[in-house]
Ligand binder design. Sequence first.
Ligand code: NAD
Ligand code: UDP
Ligand code: UDP
Length: 314
Amino acid sequence: MTGGAGFLGSHLCERLLQTGYEVLCVDNFYTGTRENVAHLLSSPHFELMRHDVTMPLYVEVDEIFNLACPASPIHYQFDPVQTTKTSVHGAINMLGLAKRVKAKFFQASTSEVYGDPKIHPQPESYWGHVNPNGLRACYDEGKRCAETLCFDYHRQHGLPIKVARIFNTYGPRMHPNDGRVVSNFIVQALTHKPITLYGDGLQSRSFCYVDDLIDAFILLMNSDEDFTGPVNTGNPGEFTILALAQKVIEMTGSKSELVYQPLPADDPLQRQPDITLARSKLDWEPTITLEKGLEPTIAYFRQLLETRGMTMHQ
Ligand code: NAD
Ligand code: UDP
Ligand code: UDP
């Protein structure tokens, strides 16, 4: 697994080990941490390797989960050229590896391939509305090109591929400073700092709890050989950012106030997955409501802030 020390990767490593896999976790720790997988290091079935996927990798494996890529706007815009390289060179190297060892290949794609969508909710057949040279392009176009590479390795070399288009996902082990809305709001609420709403807060997102998403990954990887995706994986429950802020304040009992800040460039107005395909091909749909998923997520950040001496004062 590439990107295995990140938020989603660490949960996937955990799940694969529970299922009896031998896991080689490859990560350059750009946004992931050793702490995320520290609890797995004692397993004889788990191996952690520092490696940048923009460089070739020669190992022997049966399956590849390609998750390496910074995922939050702050992180992927910090070094945008490296972000594109990670998606594109990283995909070429990992697909080349898969081709050599005849491994099944899973690509973590994203709802960002739809850009600022003009069709709502977004089905897989929608080609998207992406600005090719804006601030988000390094991520969006990098991921679109990675999809292209997957399908060309599939058509040209007969490589078995599985492409998941992941929508906003949250849960324990999100990076506390990654600027994503769920982590930002929870940390702000727990420290009674102002909750930062960008724009009017009426833009929407659909939030999936990490455990539901990992179920979809496993089902997709084990799906019929002729099913390649792309398949939307996300929770269709759609909320405005303002509603999320209010829910987090309510659940944390926070005294935080709402402050409005400018909307970043190219920020999509709305996003909701059409999961008809996942329902029919994978027999999957999310089961964890936003409220249920926020409970362990808030508990995780509360614990993290306590260990860092940033405990909230009522
Ligand atoms: P994350 O930043 O926590 O994890 C990404 C991991 O990739 C990190 O451990 C990072 O160190 C590693 N990495 C980055 N560049 C690398 C490189 N060049 N070589 C090796 N490792 C590298 O993010 P995440 O939320 O866990 O996302 C995982 C994957 O899922 C990403 O590909 C992301 O684009 C995709 N995704 C996530 C979401 C979401 O809501 N979390 C949504 C859509 C897509
Ligand atoms: N590659 C790798 N590990 C391997 C095989 C290939 O990292 O086990 C990389 C290598 O850098 C290569 C890229 O994957 O350039 C693409 O491989 P492919 O065989 O598709 O094309 P090549 O460039 O070798 O013709
Ligand atoms: N957002 C916000 N306040 C924050 C962080 C994010 O209002 O402190 C908004 C952001 O502008 C976007 C939405 O929340 O409209 C989701 O942002 P995130 O970065 O989590 O994900 P993405 O934009 O990639 O979906």
